[in-house]
Structures are given as structure tokens and as C-alpha cells.
Design a protein around this ligand. Structure first.
Ligand code: FRU
Length: 476
């Protein structure tokens, strides 16, 4: 397919059913599909949206372009789950194409109100000169999953002084007031998060203030802001674009960053004593992490494993990208931890001792202090992912240089993480065929990435460290 702009924005109902069927057939023969990570049925998946608990179920949506592995006319595809592990994909449900979202139902969030789920999202609208007019819209989803859009935009245009890059509303409630945090690019090319407020989700929404969460420079644009509260402390997860590498060292095209504050001032929307900006994930492919304060008291997040402006080897099969496991956030000793939710343990099956492992395997290890150990993950074709752990220097290195098809190599094929020196280092590696998530010291640091081997069999070799292997259940 030659992806002209016109084709990418072709209305959904003008595609024949055969289109999806053909992609599904191709995907059936793929050896890159995943066993326990959320992946698109067809086409491209990007940001997680609308993560929520409603009607006794977990709800999660993804930015979807179902007709190919490109960023085309986006919709929200709907997922539901009873346990944050087994998900049902109901396909695109918040569809684009009305005047308030003519060129895409872009990212946003959800909040349950009485017996409905309220969705707040960005309508991407382009005029006949292809000029963008972002609209912050609302929609109601009932208990049967039917969606009713509100035709009049809640916030119909960017604030004065800001550009058309104005999107990804996160709706939260505090003290009988609703707030919406919106990522924005100011006309002087600086990135900001604007806060709007309203006594009702349907409006009237009024500009309140900017979110004050750092004095550091935030590049030219911020996407996907998430204000979360862990033990009453504010945590901001966001995607600053074009940030100076003196402010935040990062390797990917754009980072996914976070800041923790000591306290939050709801009057001025300010972090009290914010930390410096840090990378949420030190791996290759995490972006647009999205979370919410769940009613059970946990703070839950999920990341897009995929990056903007990046092509992936699976594109030729008509699908791209996946989600991380659902993670719980905690703060210990002033540090943010990301931990796969405990429900994932039900996927952990029998222990294995063989060199050959299942493509779905969890590998755990504690690397003793004063040693350097490594895990080599290989295929039958000699392709290899290296993980090297140097406890003396507190350094973890992941090298995907030799692991199958090369991609995004302009941004390097090695990633490192630094933890405390001269201490044992604990690792939990979740392998799911073409995605891995490496949790270091119980989630203090995370290195996530995709790999695209030509081989289909996996072998593991551990040097100078003891590992335990468990097969993981294949559920998708
Ligand atoms: C981030 C992003 C968002 C936007 C969405 C469109 O990956 O660019 O800012 O809402 O993707 O799919």
C-alpha cells in the first residue's frame, strides 16, 4: 500500500471488510506476535487512553489505526478486563469523523460519572488548508459500551498565545471540582501543561492556570500529561519533546519523563519541592505512559511500547506496537518504583531448567555484589540480546545490536541504567517473544524494548549469575 495522506485519512466506512481480513490473514502467519502483552488486532496501536474502573470492570483504550501500520485516522479501541491481565478487545469504539474530530479521535482519559463513563479526548480537526484545529471533546459510554459523543467541543480552541499543538486532556476530580490537564506548545516554542476546571464534566470549562511542576526547561511541546498521587505525593508523567540533553539525558527520539513532588498545592497547581526530571523507562521503546488513581487505592499505569516517528519491522505484516504489562506505582526512599501488578503472577507457570526456553518466559536473578554477570538470550540463528550486570559499578547494560532485524539504529542499540554501587542487583525479565521488560531492583529502574529476531526458538545462557526461569502463560 502506498500511504498517501488521502489514504491515511480515508473514512473508516469507505474501506472494504476485505482490508481487515487480509491483514488478519497476514498476521496469522507472523512469528512476532505476543502471548501476554496487549497488541493491536490489526494496524497500529499507540497511546493508552481512558484507563479506568467502571461497572465492575477495568477499561482501557488504545489509539488505533486498524487499516495498516501507519499513523492514520485514529480512533479509540476499547479493551475490558476483570483482572488487568486477560483483556477483551472490542475494536474501535470512539470513532473519528464528526465535525469535532474529523481527522482523528486523539488521546485522552476517562472518569466514571454515575452509571456512565465520561471520556475526554482531543478531536483532531483539519480545515481545507490542512491547518489543525484541536478540540477538547467529551463522550459518554454506557454500561453496554455504547458511545454517545457530545457534538459541541468542551474546549473549542487553544488558549491565547498557544499553537495548534494542544491535546491529550487528563481529567481528574478533586474536592467537587473537575480539572483537565492539557499538553501544549506555546507560540515561543516551549512546552507547557495547562489546567482547565469545571464543576461538571460537560462544562463550562474555564482556564485556571499552568501546572507548575519544574523550573527546568521542557522543550518545545509536552504530550500526554498524567498527574497521579502516590501516598499523597504528586507524580507527573509526561512526554517532553525537543528537550535539551543537559536537562534530561535520553536516547530515544522523545523521552517519557517524570517528576515527583513532596506535596501538591491544589490552589496554585504547584509541586512543592519537585525532583529533577528523570526517565520513566531507560529502554528503547516506551512512550505516552498513561495512568490513574484506581478506586482500590493503587496507582496504575500502562505504557505504549512504541515510539512516534519510528517504523518497526512488523509494519510489513500490517501491525505495530504493543502495551506494557499493567504496572503499579510506589514510592520508597523517595524513589519511584514501577511494579507489574500482582495479578500478573497468575501467568507464571512451571519452573524450567532447560537452555531452550519458551518465547514466553520470566527470568529472575539476584546478581551478587562484587560480581559481574550476564544473561544472553539467543535464537537458533545465533541472534542475541545481551544483558550485562556490573554490581561493583551499579551498571546494567542491555544490547540489542545483534538481536535480529535492525531498526531505530540512529538512536543507538544499547541502553544502560545506573543503580547503587556495591550492592546485590535484582532482575526480573519478562520475555514475550518480541518484547521484553526488565525490572531492576523490584522496579526501581525499568528497561523495556522490542526485538525482531528471524529465529523462532529462544535459548538462555547465564554467566556468573544464577537464574530461575518460569514459563509464562500464553493468553493472546
Ligand atoms: C502521542 C500522540 C498524542 C496524540 C496521539 C495521536 O503519541 O502524538 O499527543 O494525542 O499520539 O495518536
Amino acid at each position: 500500500t502506498k500511504w498517501t495522506t488521502k489514504l491515511r485519512y480515508r473514512p473508516y466506512d469507505e474501506w472494504s471488510d476485505g482490508r481487515i481480513k487480509r491483514i488478519e490473514d497476514k498476521i496469522k502467519n507472523s512469528h512476532w506476535r505476543l502471548g501476554y502483552h496487549i497488541q493491536p488486532k490489526t494496524g497500529l496501536l499507540n497511546d493508552p487512553n481512558g484507563f479506568s474502573y467502571f461497572n465492575h470492570e477495568w477499561h482501557l483504550f488504545y489509539q488505533s489505526y486498524p487499516f495498516g501500520a501507519v499513523h492514520g485516522l485514529k480512533s479509540w479501541a476499547h479493551l475490558t478486563s476483570k483482572d488487568l491481565v486477560h483483556w477483551q478487545d472490542h475494536g474501535p469504539t470512539l470513532l473519528p469523523g464528526d465535525k469535532q474530530d474529523s481527522h482523528g479521535a486523539y488521546s485522552g482519559s476517562a472518569i466514571p460519572i454515575d452509571d456512565q463513563l465520561f471520556l475526554m479526548y482531543t478531536g483532531n480537526v483539519r480545515d481545507e488548508n490542512w491547518v489543525r484545529h484541536p478540540k477538547q471533546n467529551g463522550a459518554w459510554m454506557d454500561k453496554t459500551g455504547q458511545i454517545q459523543k457530545i457534538p459541541t467541543s468542551l474546549i473549542p480552541e487553544p488558549k491565547n498565545g498557544f499553537t495548534d499543538h494542544f491535546r491529550d486532556p487528563q481529567i481528574i476530580e478533586h474536592d467537587h471540582m473537575f480539572y483537565s490537564l492539557i499538553g501544549a506548545r506555546r507560540k515561543d516554542d516551549t512546552g507547557h501543561i495547562l489546567v482547565y476546571q469545571s464543576p461538571n464534566v460537560t462544562g463550562p470549562w474555564a482556564y485556571k492556570t499552568e501546572l507548575h511542576f519544574t523550573d527546568q526547561d521542557c522543550g518545545y511541546m509536552i504530550e500526554c500529561p498524567n498527574l497521579l498521587f502516590v501516598d499523597n505525593r504528586p507524580v507527573l508523567i509526561f512526554c517532553p519533546q525537543g528537550i535539551d540533553k543537559d536537562v534530561l539525558q535520553y536516547s530515544n527520539v522523545f523521552p517519557n519523563a517524570y517528576v515527583i513532588g513532596e506535596k501538591f498545592d491544589w490552589e496554585t497547581f504547584s509541586f512543592i519541592n519537585p525532583s529533577v526530571m528523570k526517565n520513566l523507562d531507560e529502554g528503547f521503546d516506551v512512550y505516552a505512559t498513561h495512568g490513574f488513581n484506581a478506586p482500590d487505592g493503587r496507582v496504575l499505569t500502562v505504557s505504549w511500547i512504541g515510539l512516534p516517528d519510528t517504523t518497526y519491522p512488523s509494519d510489513v505484516e500490517g501491525w505495530a506496537n504493543c502495551f506494557s504489562l499493567i504496572k503499579e506505582l510506589k514510592i520508597e526512599d523517595n524513589q519511584l518504583y514501577q511494579i507489574p501488578v500482582v495479578e500478573n503472577n497468575q501467568l507464571v507457570k512451571e519452573e524450567l531448567n532447560s537452555k531452550e526456553i519458551s518465547p514466553q518466559t520470566k527470568i529472575a536473578s539476584t546478581v551478587a555484589k562484587n560480581t559481574t554477570g550476564s544473561i544472553l538470550l539467543k535464537t537458533e540463528l545465533g541472534e542475541e540480546l545481551q544483558i550485562i550486570v556490573d554490581t561493583t559499578n551499579g551498571k546494567i547494560l542491555v544490547d540489542r545490536t545483534k538481536m535480529g532485524e535492525a531498526f531505530a539504529t540512529d538512536f543507538g542499540t544499547v541502553r544502560t541504567s545506573q543503580v547503587e554501587k556495591n550492592r546485590d542487583i535484582a532482575l526480573d525479565l519478562y520475555l514475550d517473544n518480541t518484547v521484553f521488560e526488565l525490572y531492576i531492583n523490584g522496579g526501581q529502574k525499568v528497561i523495556t524494548g522490542r526485538i525482531f529476531p528471524q529465529g523462532t526458538r529462544f535459548f538462555v545462557e547465564a554467566n556468573n549469575m544464577a537464574i530461575t526461569q518460569h514459563r509464562m502463560d500464553k493468553i493472546f
